[in-house]
Design a protein around this ligand. Structure first.
Ligand SMILES: [Zn+2]
Length: 253
């Protein structure tokens, strides 16, 4: 978290999940001027995330007395074009702890490149300085487009491709783990209860997909209950995490 964002005009990509929500609060707390938030609907199963993203931008505007516009970009054409993963295609969402093999099925090919290119075009159009996205260290192994090398290369490409109208990309959490992001969010009083992480498209989190398990672990590491869950759900979530950890240990033995 080293980029100076004070007084920068920023277009953040918000997904409705934990990382981009904490990023929104982080940017605001560091003096950034959030000009417009973008959410991409790439035909993913978790449409619920898009509704949560809408709610989160509303809450952000309430808390900070802002009037940030929220733009939802329909990318559902990607479903036909390049869908192979569990998030947009027909594959099952893996119910295992995040690791590089099991979670690769959730990759939407070249997703961040596509989203960031569109967001950068929008940023230039409305005179913003930067696009921000919430790539973080816990995603490195699975998603190459969450690595610092990718962020740096894309930032350079955007500069070269928009020489007369400079625009860049930042990923303020690129060196942080999920647990560190949750910790920061707790400090910044982020309304986690409105965030959504589950990859299954149900009304309540399944508590057992890779992202649900990762979320539970991140709150546990901060000795905090996930505010999005009821007491009963939280108890079950902790039990399921324990169960999956034991299974993983058995496999690794
Ligand atoms: Zn889930």
């Amino acid at each position: 978290m080293s980029t100076d964002v004070s007084n920068k005009m920023i277009v953040p990509i918000v997904s409705g999940g934990i990382d981009s929500t904490v990023m929104l609060w982080y940017l605001k707390n560091n003096g950034a001027n959030i000009v417009e938030a973008i959410t991409f609907n790439y035909g993913q199963r978790h449409k619920k995330e898009i509704n949560q993203a809408r709610t989160i931008v509303e809450k952000f505007n309430d808390v900070f007395s802002e009037k940030v516009k929220h733009r939802i970009v329909d990318m559902s054409f990607l479903k036909e074009l390049i869908a192979t993963g569990a998030l947009v295609g027909d594959a099952d969402v893996p119910h295992e702890i995040y690791d590089s093999k099991t979670q690769r099925v959730t990759i939407v090919p070249n997703r961040n490149m596509i989203m960031l290119s569109i967001a950068a075009g929008r940023a230039v159009t409305i005179g913003a300085d930067l696009v921000a996205y919430a790539a973080h260290a816990s995603d490195y192994e699975v998603y190459p487009d969450c690595r610092p090398e990718f962020v740096q290369a894309l930032d350079r490409a955007l500069q070269l491709g928009n020489l007369w109208t400079p625009v860049g990309v930042i990923a303020p959490f690129v060196h942080n783990t999920k647990a560190e992001i949750v910790k920061l969010g707790i400090q910044l009083k982020v309304p986690f209860e409105y965030t959504w992480s589950c990859y299954e498209g149900n009304d309540r989190p399944c508590l057992e997909c890779g992202t649900c398990l990762e979320r539970t672990e991140a709150f546990l590491l901060n000795s905090a209950k996930d505010p999005a869950l009821t007491d009963e759900e939280w108890k079950l979530a902790v039990e399921l995490l324990e169960k999956h950890k034991q299974e993983e240990e058995r496999i690794n033995e």
